[in-house]
Design a protein around this ligand. Structure first.
Ligand SMILES: C[S@@+](CC[C@H](N)C(=O)[O-])C[C@H]1O[C@@H](n2cnc3c(N)ncnc32)[C@H](O)[C@@H]1O
Length: 306
């Protein structure tokens, strides 16, 4: 699964790996979850669905510890993540890593917890990836009576989804135009001393890359990122560069799979309502709201009460 690959490579604790904070989440998201935990008070049990490397679970545990609130935090995810690979440079987060109970290789469609185990189920861009017809009844089963589910889910018009579209466009272009294969071919030309052919083909590839239309700042960032990785490989041309190019092409393929996956789970409001209704769960209330970060649309916030 591409998530196994992603979590194996990234040192970040969340899929927002680019941000500067230890957990990678924007400030508003941290503040939101902090307010949820402070509202719930003592002796509550939390389960983070699709926890990845645990950023949300670790944040909840940190809030409990900081505020001296008793509580138990668990997190589960389908990916094959090694607990030893969950490491932070922040002491508070490291302390939390030892307290949270993680279960990996664990599908949300078959939760390994007894019924009525948790007061609150949470998710930050995790739940929507599962098969709702099975995972939502499971979530309701492990939730205590009067418990709550709060799901932050991808929105089709959010900044993140738009960024994914840009990334998909740029990376797919490099694959469909066979840029990696062309570069591997010209490295072979150089290595076999065919300098004239190398120069000619090299020029053609540069012209081709220059023809790619980059429409906005987001696409520009994706373009610069892939170009900087390619440029590093092309500094000294050796047999190893060809292997590195093939590895980069494979990594780009996996990244596109991840972007596709993310785009496929950004549902419209009516789709969310229909998907929940189709599960026939019994709830006391369901609410879908938009969540904004810095006045920009960031996600859905879906609340379900048992
Ligand atoms: C976008 S990541 C979010 C991870 C984490 N919540 C975060 O904030 O970084 C989505 C996660 O959902 C997990 N996932 C996808 N389908 C799943 C399923 N059916 N059951 C459990 N986890 C799943 C993936 O392995 C991945 O770690």
């Amino acid at each position: 699964m591409h998530w196994d690959h992603y979590w194996d490579l990234t040192k970040a604790l969340s899929s927002f790996g680019d941000s500067n904070s230890p957990l990678g989440y924007p400030e508003e998201v941290l503040i939101f979850w902090e307010s949820v935990v402070k509202d719930k008070k003592e002796n509550k049990s939390y389960l983070d669905l699709g926890t990845g490397k645990g950023a949300l679970a670790l944040w909840i545990q940190s809030i409990l510890t900081r505020n001296n609130i008793k509580g138990k935090v668990s997190g589960c995810d389908l990916a094959n993540i090694k607990k030893a690979k969950i490491i932070s440079s922040a002491d508070e987060i490291n302390e939390a890593i030892n307290k949270v109970e993680f279960k990996f290789n664990t599908p949300l469609e078959l939760l390994p917890y007894p019924s009525n185990s948790f007061d609150l189920l949470v998710s930050q861009f995790g739940f929507e990836y599962s098969k709702w017809s099975e995972s939502l009844p499971e979530a309701m089963r492990v939730l205590k009576d009067n418990g709550e589910i709060i799901l932050m889910m991808h929105h089709p018009d959010s900044v993140i989804t738009n960024d994914c579209r840009g990334g998909k466009k740029i990376l797919s272009w490099f694959l469909t135009e066979k840029i990696f294969d062309d570069l591997a071919t010209i490295i072979s030309l150089k290595l076999s001393g065919e300098d004239l052919s190398f120069n000619k083909r090299n020029k053609q590839i540069i012209q081709k890359i220059q023809s790619l239309e980059v429409h906005n700042d987001g696409e520009q960032v994706w373009f610069m990122d892939i170009m900087s990785q390619i440029s590093k490989l092309m500094i000294s041309l050796t047999k190893e560069s060809v292997i590195a190019l093939i590895e980069l092409k494979n990594a780009v393929n996996k990244q596109i799979d991840r972007l596709d996956d993310q785009l496929s789970v950004a549902f419209e409001e009516q789709e969310i309502k229909n998907k929940i209704q189709a599960t026939q769960i019994k709830s006391k209330g369901i609410k879908t709201e938009r969540f904004y970060v810095d006045k920009a649309l960031f996600s859905w916030k879906v609340t379900i009460n048992k």
